[in-house]
Design a protein around this ligand. Structure first.
Ligand code: GAL
Length: 715
């Protein structure tokens, strides 16, 4: 009997507290309700009240979503199947032959996810793209122009084009392995299946004329992207664990003496009087007068970011105050606050204000909220709000980001920090993900994937086995959301490798010059939902270059060749105009896939290619960067610290290629939330027929720039 694709049937009676709820147990096709242009939601049965979005405090940016071009749902809704059984909800979406699936968490080795099986589970990345990662965001994006977000704070299983059903409309071909060389251990699958371990679920579907529009809608739905404070985009150095205030002052002096950019110093566990678990109070021996240190730092243009893990030292002042709001288990013998409780958030905020914010601490690095199973509570744990260990694990990073975000907002002061666990909704929090893993290549793939998941990622630099490795890593981190050396373990400095010091200095100062461009790219994140760092796959015309290239492949030799070749995981976009193609240690040259249109060398302005695959030579002192035709890159003079980014800063506006182009340069006070009330300035830089002009768009806020010099890079 064919029960599949049947009508809605109300069956099973499930009890939920004292209420009796009707659960639909048969397969059905959900009805989607339109909430904004291109946004559709549906609730299957009775989803849990606590979900990935209820943890957060930001609201949907409906107006901005409605400005994005409308696009219909590109799939037949009667092909979306849902049913609930034994306390789990099963979802199935159709897949076409050519369809590709992106997103589904911060992966480090893969960008396209079709053919994979994953359990989206908050964890420290363990070297395999199996769903256990720092941002296991349950959001997939299809190349057909839609995406679906599963709003459940649970470990979610996804089978992305792996399951083969008996009633498939596009069945896999059965082949005889004895005689048919085309036999495959993974027969063709035409569906994407998801299991949510709850009696119901809320889903949100986003459509768009392009995958980029789908991503934008998702980001705006979750609150829109952040604009970091200007100082957050300068250079960061994290100091060794047991540094004292004297060491810290020497460090600042070292940056000045060596003429290297510095805006933020990070203090690691040793600032706490006790660590692992933590007291959240200053160590009086190493830091007798932290308030003075913060003041002196600020005079030198340096801010401080404090490491913490949120597990509280037993019997410390904070532990006593938190006593009623902590879970059943400890981590490193520290108690674990339940920050879904407003009382717990308030207690922590009061503490932070007194000991850190009021003396000028600029933000935090929130460590060890992801997992490594031994270093977090088990799923068995219970919490006073009633949430279970799994729900807490999937959302703990977001809980902490929320409380710190609220605290800095109350001060009308922007923060920028680091986090090791983030889930849906993180787009609206000023945090960048990092980890302990250290593959340079995989760090770049993570940077690409961050853009599909509404998170930011830094390929932090810690050490290098050679000068070459050091400079290559320094180059990529300067083209990322946070340019940072994390020297907590071995005290490396930018000048630790003297032979390549000049190249490191050059790329760090280049980042500083590019800050007007980078800052405006973050404004796009905020106002339009566009991820600042993103996959080239999100660019129009990218896949056509690949298809042409793939035609040249001989797939009889290896049936997986084509898929592997298509996977571009080592080049990415910084903003709309710059394509970054990092060089890795040992490479003498590299392949770069150029999307449709002409592309120009950032340094020389020369034409490099047009919608084709090119090979570029590796030069030790440069990271290859390409600018699209008509691309405008506003740059300011070279500064060492963002405190020099003040009024009347001369601008050099570089123009690449011969096509017409435009770029919206954004500015505000760089530190407060006044921009959210309209106090900002946007000017459009336009190039038409080889001539540049500037048009005001919004002029209600500060403007740091003075004279404009146009440089036409392509002769
Ligand atoms: C690790 C973290 C490192 C560093 C270290 C300090 O967990 O990932 O970046 O902060 O702790 O103990």
């Amino acid at each position: 009997m064919k029960l599949l694709h049947l009508v809605v049937a109300f069956g099973l009676l499930a009890s939920c507290g004292s209420k009796t709820t009707k659960i639909k147990s048969e397969r059905f096709h959900p009805t989607w309700e339109k909430t904004h242009s291109g946004v559709y939601t549906t609730k299957v049965n009775e989803p849990a009240d606590f979900n990935l979005l209820s943890v957060n405090s930001h609201s949907t940016k409906g107006e901005a979503i409605n400005k994005i071009a409308e696009a219909p749902i590109p799939i037949d809704q009667s092909e979306i199947d849902v049913f609930t059984k034994n306390g789990k909800t099963y979802l199935r979406f159709p897949l076409d032959k050519e369809e590709q699936i992106y997103g589904l968490g911060l992966n480090f080795k893969t960008v396209q996810q079709r053919g994979r099986i994953m359990r989206l589970h908050m964890d420290h990345y363990g070297g395999r793209d199996n769903g256990r990662t720092h941002a296991p965001v349950p959001f997939f994006i299809s190349s057909k122009g839609y995406g679906v977000f599963i709003n459940a704070a649970r470990y979610i299983d996804v089978y992305i084009g792996t399951g083969v059903t008996k009633d498939s409309k596009n069945p896999a071909v059965t082949r005889d392995r004895n005689t048919d060389r085309g036999w495959s251990s993974r027969p063709y699958s035409d569906n994407l299946e998801i299991v949510v371990p709850e009696n119901g679920v809320e889903m949100v579907m986003f459509t768009g004329k392009s995958m980029m529009d789908v991503v934008r809608r998702f980001n705006l739905y979750c609150g829109g992207g952040i604009i970091p404070p200007k100082w957050g985009l300068g250079f960061w150095q994290r100091t060794p664990t047991r540094y004292s205030d004297k060491d810290v002052k020497n460090e600042i002096a070292g940056f000045e003496k060596n003429n290297f950019p510095i805006d933020v110093l990070g203090l690691e566990p040793g600032w706490h009087s006790k660590a692992y678990p933590c007291t959240f109070e200053w160590d009086k021996g190493r830091f007798p007068n932290p308030g003075q240190l913060m003041k002196d730092g600020l005079n030198d243009g340096v801010r401080f970011n404090l490491w913490l893990n949120p597990y509280i030292w037993p019997d410390s002042n904070l532990d006593k105050k938190m006593a009623n709001y902590t879970g059943s288990h400890t981590v490193w013998c520290g108690t674990v606050p339940d920050y879904t409780m407003p009382e717990a958030r308030q207690t922590m905020k009061d503490h932070f204000k007194k000991h850190q914010l009021n003396i000028g601490v600029s933000g935090f690095k929130v460590d060890e909220v992801d997992g490594f199973d031994h270093w977090i509570w088990p799923d068995f744990a219970t919490f006073p709000s009633g949430k279970d260990g799994e729900q807490m694990r999937q959302t703990y990073g977001n809980q902490f980001m929320r409380l710190t975000d609220e605290m800095y907002r109350e001060k009308n002061e922007r923060t920028y920090g680091l986090i090791r666990a983030a889930n849906a909704g993180s787009v609206a929090y000023p945090y960048v993900i990092y980890n302990d893993y250290y593959s340079h290549r995989d760090f770049i793939t993570a940077l690409i994937n961050s853009g599909f998941n509404g998170v930011l990622w830094t390929p932090e630099v810690r050490a290098g086995k050679s000068e070459e490795e050091w400079v290559r890593r320094m180059q990529t981190v300067c083209f990322s959301p946070m340019a940072m050396i994390n020297a907590w373990a071995d005290g490396t400095k930018p000048w630790s490798f003297p032979k390549v010091y000049k190249a490191c200095q050059d790329v760090a100062f280049l980042r500083m010059q590019l800050l007007p461009y980078i800052y405006s790219t973050f404004a796009q994140y905020h106002f339009e939902g566009t991820p600042p760092f993103r996959a080239v796959n999100l660019i129009e015309g990218f896949n056509s270059t690949l298809k042409a290239e793939n035609k040249k492949l001989d797939s009889t030799k290896n049936p997986y060749n084509e898929a592997v070749k298509r996977e571009i995981k080592d080049q990415y976009m910084m903003g709309d105009n710059m394509l970054v193609a990092p060089i890795f240690t040992g490479e003498k040259e590299r392949r770069v896939v150029l999307p449709k249109g002409k592309w120009f060398d950032f340094y020389t302005g020369k034409l490099v290619g047009e919608g084709e695959v090119v090979t570029v030579k590796a030069e030790l002192d440069k990271i290859p960067v390409f600018v699209k035709d008509g691309g405008i890159i506003p740059m300011m003079k070279s500064i060492r610290q963002t405190k020099e980014w003040t009024n009347n800063m001369p601008l050099e506006v570089r123009v690449y290629g011969k096509a017409d182009g435009e770029f919206t340069l954004y500015d505000d006070d760089g530190k407060s939330f006044d921009f959210e009330k309209g106090k900002y300035t946007m000017k459009q830089f336009v190039v038409k027929n080889g001539k540049g002009s500037v048009k005001d768009i919004h002029t209600k806020g500060p403007w740091s720039y003075g004279a404009v010099k146009w440089t036409f890079m392509t002769k």
